[in-house]
Design a protein around this ligand. Structure first.
Ligand code: TRP
Length: 375
C-alpha cells in the first residue's frame, strides 16, 4: 500500500505510518475495547500490548472468539523471514503470541522462510538463509514456548508437506492478483510470484495434521496482511475456514518516528537480540531520537516530549508496568527526567531482557529438534 507520505508492503515500510489509514486501505477492522476485554477475560490476565493498542487491528476476531467460547479450538500461526539476526522489532508479535498460546491453550505453527529470503535477497545464498533459520528459531523458543504445542516449520525442511498445500493455493491466484497485492512487476523473479502460496500454506497445516477444520489466528505486524487477504479469499474455495488475524504496529526506528526498525535501513541503529550490553548501550545513547530540549536548562524549564522520543516509545513496548511507564512519561514531560537519563532507563530495560533471553537461547540450543516439523 502506497500513500503519499508512507509506504507499507511486506518488503518495505517507510515514512510516518498512519495506522488508521492502513486499516481503511487494507480493509481490516480496528480492535475494540470489547474484544480486548474478552481476550483478557479468557486469559485471566491483561497484556500491555493490548492495553496500549500495540495490537490495534484484526480480521475475523469476533467469530474466532465466539467459536472458542463454544468449545472450538484454534491454532496460532506466525513466522520469520531469516535474512539476518533477529532484532527487537521481530520479537514483539512473538511475545504476544506466547501470551495467546498460554491463554487459549493453542498450538503454534511458526514458519521460517529460508526459501523466501533466498528468493528476494540478491546477496543471500540458500545455505545462509537456512543456517539463519535455525539461529532465528532459537529466538522464538527462548521466549518460553511449550515444545509439545509449538511446531516450527523451516520451509526447505518441510517442503514436501508445504508444496502439496501451496500448489492448491497457487492454482487459485492469478499473476495479476499477485502484481496488484504485492507490487510484483515483469522484472520480479518467478520464484517470488509463486512464493506467497508458501506463506499461505501453514494456515491450513493445522487442519491437515488434525484431520478436521481448524481456524488459524495470525498475530503479526500489519505489513504481512496482504498475504492474509489472499489466503482468506482462497480458503473457502479449498474447503478451509478463513484465517483470522490480529495486527501490531511496528516498533519505531530508534532514529526517529518514521518507518519501522529494520536491518536494511541501518544496521548500526538496529538493536539485535545478539547484541552485548555495551553495544546496546552505545546504539541507544548514540542513535535514539530525543524528544528533549537543546540544553539542560531549557529542558528543566520546558520539559521534554515523550510522544516523539524513541526511548519512551520503546518503553511502551518493553516496560510492562503501567505505573512505571506513566511516571517516566510525567517526569520527562515536566523536565525532571533528562534525555540521557531516559535513555539509560531504556538501556537497562533492554539489557535486562537480553541477558535472560541470550541465556535461554543457549540453554535451548540442544533442544531445537523437539520443536521442528519434518516431512
Ligand atoms: N514473510 C515474513 C517475513 O519476511 C515471514 C513469515 C512467514 C511470517 N509466515 C509468516 C510473518 C506469518 C508473520 C506471520 O518476515
Amino acid at each position: 500500500m502506497v500513500v503519499d507520505k508512507f509506504r507499507v508492503t511486506p518488503w518495505e515500510v517507510s515514512g510516518e505510518v498512519d495506522y488508521n489509514r492502513l486499516i481503511e486501505e487494507f480493509g481490516t477492522k480496528p480492535l475494540t475495547d470489547a474484544q480486548i476485554k474478552k481476550i483478557e477475560q479468557i486469559a485471566g490476565k491483561s497484556h500491555h500490548m493490548l492495553r496500549r493498542r500495540i495490537f490495534f487491528s484484526h480480521r475475523e476476531l469476533d467469530i474466532l472468539l465466539k467459536e472458542y467460547e463454544s468449545g472450538q479450538k484454534f491454532a496460532l500461526y506466525t513466522g520469520r523471514g531469516p535474512s539476518g539476526n533477529t532484532h527487537m522489532g521481530h520479537i514483539i508479535p512473538w511475545i504476544f503470541t506466547k501470551y495467546l498460546q498460554d491463554a487459549f491453550d493453542a498450538p503454534l505453527y511458526f514458519q521460517i522462510t529460508d526459501d523466501e529470503k533466498f528468493l528476494c535477497k540478491p546477496d543471500l545464498s540458500l545455505e545462509e538463509t537456512n543456517k539463519l533459520a535455525y539461529e532465528n528459531a532459537l529466538d522464538l523458543i527462548a521466549l518460553g514456548f511449550d515444545p509439545k504445542k509449538t511446531f516450527i516449520i523451516v520451509d526447505t525442511d518441510y517442503a514436501k508437506s508445504l508444496y502439496k498445500i501451496a500448489i492448491q493455493v497457487a492454482k487459485k491466484v492469478t499473476a495479476s492478483t499477485a502484481k496488484s497485492v504485492f507490487g510484483f512487476t515483469n522484472e520480479t523473479n518467478i520464484g517470488m510470484y509463486f512464493w506467497p502460496a508458501l506463506q499461505a500454506a501453514p494456515c491450513f497445516v493445522p487442519s491437515i495434521r488434525e484431520g478436521k477444520n481448524v481456524r488459524t489466528l495470525i498475530p503479526a505486524a500489519i505489513d504481512q496482511d496482504p498475504y492474509w487477504r489472499i489466503v482468506r479469499d482462497v480458503a473457502p474455495k479449498l474447503g478451509y475456514l478463513k484465517t483470522a488475524a490480529i495486527h501490531n504496529v511496528f516498533l519505531p526506528a530508534l532514529t526517529g518516528p518514521t518507518g519501522k526498525m529494520s536491518t536494511s535501513s541501518g544496521q548500526h541503529a538496529t538493536v539485535f537480540t545478539t547484541d552485548d550490553e555495551k553495544t546496546v548501550r552505545k546504539k541507544i545513547m548514540k542513535y535514539a531520537f530525543s524528544g528533549g530540549r537543546d540544553t539542560v536548562e531549557e529542558h528543566r524549564k520546558l520539559g521534554g516530549n515523550p510522544d516523539i522520543d524513541s526511548s519512551y516509545q520503546w518503553l511502551r513496548f518493553f516496560e510492562e508496568d503501567d505505573e512505571k511507564l506513566k511516571q517516566v512519561y510525567l517526569d520527562y514531560k515536566s523536565g525532571k527526567l533528562l534525555s540521557g537519563e531516559l535513555k539509560q532507563i531504556l538501556v537497562d530495560k533492554i539489557n535486562g531482557f537480553l541477558k535472560i533471553h541470550q541465556k535461554k537461547k543457549e540453554e535451548m540450543r540442544g533442544r531445537l529438534d523437539e520443536f521442528l516439523l519434518k516431512d
